[in-house]
Design a protein around this ligand. Structure first.
Ligand code: S3P
Length: 215
């Protein structure tokens, strides 16, 4: 399959809608103050896809890990090694809760953020979560390119990743929306997200309208 075939395949949704036909201004309006919150395992493309999605929708893009690094004036790796993971996690909860009050925006979260129930509740209240579901081989190929992730700095990164995916995927599945992608161009994933968001937001608008019509 060529990349173009893959792109065509991933553009269409189950209902046959295409990203190009989505009214983006209406989509952003339907979001209101909510942020689009990307969740998923390391290497699933939250930041890369998130930047492009934000650009497409004319929204700001915010990366929670970068905000944590800015607030602490340290890299994520330094926070893990000097203060430990629990310290990082409580900072992560605080920073994400603060950022969620600044929507609408596209917010990329670190791979462990959605494991916190408090953060999931904050996201449900102030955002719309989208799980970028990507297969093991694709994420491994991506994370191998960068040695910045403290959780994978051990002799068996593949085993660690398998365990993380097994324990986290049932939790990521609690996201409001899921977009499954293989190793396709990022713009194709953005197309899929746009279509999925439109179906969700416009259908709930239709639901609201019929509810108010009957009440
Ligand atoms: C983590 C993922 C990282 C970063 C930290 C912990 C995780 O973010 O927050 O290294 O627990 O999966 P990315 O998912 O952006 O790599």
């Amino acid at each position: 399959m060529t990349n173009n075939d893959k792109m065509r395949r991933s553009e269409g949704s189950a209902t046959g809608k295409h990203a190009k036909s989505v009214d983006l201004a209406r989509l952003v309006e339907a979001l209101g103050h909510r942020s689009i919150v990307l969740v998923g395992i390391m290497g699933c493309g939250k930041s890369t896809v998130g930047k492009r999605l934000a650009q497409r929708l004319g929204l700001d893009f915010v990366d929670a890990d970068s905000e944590i690094e800015r607030a602490a004036n340290m890299s994520v790796a330094e926070i893990f090694s000097e203060h430990g993971e629990p310290y990082f996690r409580s900072g992560e909860e605080r920073v994400i809760a603060r950022l969620l009050r600044e929507g609408p925006q596209v917010l990329a979260t670190g791979g462990g953020a959605f494991m916190s129930e408090a953060t999931r509740n904050e996201i449900a209240e102030h955002g719309l979560s989208v799980w970028l579901k990507v297969d093991f081989e694709t994420v491994m190929a991506r994370v191998r390119r960068r040695a910045t992730r403290p959780l994978l700095q051990n002799p068996d990164p593949e085993g660690t990743m398998r365990k993380l995916m097994a324990t986290r995927e049932p939790v990521y599945a609690k996201a409001a929306l899921t977009v499954t992608s293989k190793d396709v161009p990022h713009e194709a994933v953005v197309d899929q997200i746009v279509v999925t968001l439109a179906e969700h937001l416009f259908n709930s608008e239709a639901g609201d309208a019929s509810q108010s019509a009957t009440s």
